[in-house]
Design a protein around this ligand. Structure first.
Ligand SMILES: [Zn+2]
Ligand SMILES: [Zn+2]
Length: 347
């Protein structure tokens, strides 16, 4: 089969590989029907994910159909339509039992698919611990509706959950990229008093205004004063930083009111400064890290009930055979792209 592969730093390309086979009894083989490209894929391409292994098939956002299961797989059978979780986790270790699946102690625990083991920008993918990593998609939910469940939507859901949003809160979300928008959708479910989105791209500001008219929008220059004027206690009660840009970490804690929660979802290219003397007395709580993607069943249920809809994020569609063009578009942010659905039409 053809597999889109991390060849070397700066180069992805198609390589002919054998179809993956069951290796462990907990594995499943999934025929990928729809996948997507994530900013993390670009980080691999540019060599900024040191644990990514050259030669692996990339892609960690996908849905598909179970083709084969190992003997130990209990919850799935051939023919099930499933969303695939970005994280591999055993479900049994200390961290898994506490819901911290990103830190699963299995050697491939955490983000392994499309990073350390072959991913899903291909016709088939092998998913370890399939009972944990695959969730059945309800019949009334389409592949496109479920496409982001295992990665960026799981991230947004987790970010909103750990941020402890209350009804009286003003929530500031920095960044209206794909993850920022997913975070917004999940924060909206908590029904806070106000949500303010800070975004510098005019295109993305328009996207938010068009699709989510009740949401307030500002830009990085005006953000601090805008939040001060539009919150009850001179700052946001909750800040979620999903941009990872120059200066956005500082902006996040500066816009927070004293005793606020500041959740950092963004991945940064460079170390960030935590200037404790400048924030002394603000008594902030910082929450940081990568998604614990263990809420996918609940997310699918919310999609089924019509409470979350990420389909407007799919601005472009390409067949797998033309994924190289899709990467170019995604990387250059051309033509108003937010997310691209890669269709496996070549099978
Ligand atoms: Zn991703
Ligand atoms: Zn584990």
């Amino acid at each position: 089969m053809l597999a889109y592969t991390y060849i070397r730093k700066g180069e992805f390309g198609f390589i002919e590989k054998p179809r993956p086979a069951i290796r462990e009894s907990g594995d499943a083989i999934v025929r990928v029907t729809l996948s997507s490209i994530c900013t993390s894929d670009l980080h691999i391409k540019h060599g900024s994910v040191p644990r990514a292994v050259p030669g692996i098939t990339v892609g960690h956002e996908m849905v598909g159909i179970v083709e084969e299961t190992g003997n130990a797989v209990k919850t799935l059978k051939k023919g099930d339509r499933v969303s695939v979780n970005v994280e591999t986790f055993c479900g049994e270790c200390f961290f898994c039992r506490h819901g911290y699946v990103n830190n699963c102690t299995d050697p491939n625990g955490g983000w392994a698919l499309g990073c350390r083991i072959d991913g899903g920008q291909a016709e088939y993918v092998r998913v370890p611990y399939a009972d944990q990593g695959l969730k059945r998609i309800p019949d009334t939910v389409s592949d496109e509706q479920a496409l982001f469940v295992g990665d960026i939507l799981a991230t947004g859901f987790w970010a909103a959950r750990i941020s402890e949003i209350k009804h009286e809160d003003t929530v500031l979300i920095i960044g209206a990229g794909p993850t920022g928008i997913c975070t917004l959708l999940c924060a909206m479910l908590k029904e806070p008093e106000r949500i303010i989105v800070c975004e510098k791209s005019e295109e993305r500001v328009e996207f938010i205004k068009m699709h989510y008219p009740g949401i307030m929008v500002t830009n990085p220059e005006d953000c601090k004063s805008f939040v001060r004027e539009n919150s009850s206690h001179s700052g946001a009660d909750v800040v979620i930083e999903a941009a990872g840009g120059e200066g956005t970490f500082r902006l996040a804690w500066e816009c927070a009111r004293p005793n606020a929660i500041v959740t950092i979802v963004a991945m940064y290219d460079k170390p960030q400064v935590l200037p404790l003397p400048d924030m002394y007395g603000k008594n902030l709580t910082f929450k940081t890290g990568g998604v614990d993607g263990c809420d996918c069943e609940e997310i699918l249920e919310l999609i089924k009930k019509g409470k979350i809809d990420t389909t407007p994020l799919i601005t472009h569609r390409y067949p797998l055979s033309r994924i190289g063009e899709a990467y170019d578009l995604f990387e250059k942010r051309g033509d108003g792209v937010i997310k691209i659905a890669i269709e496996n039409t070549c099978i």
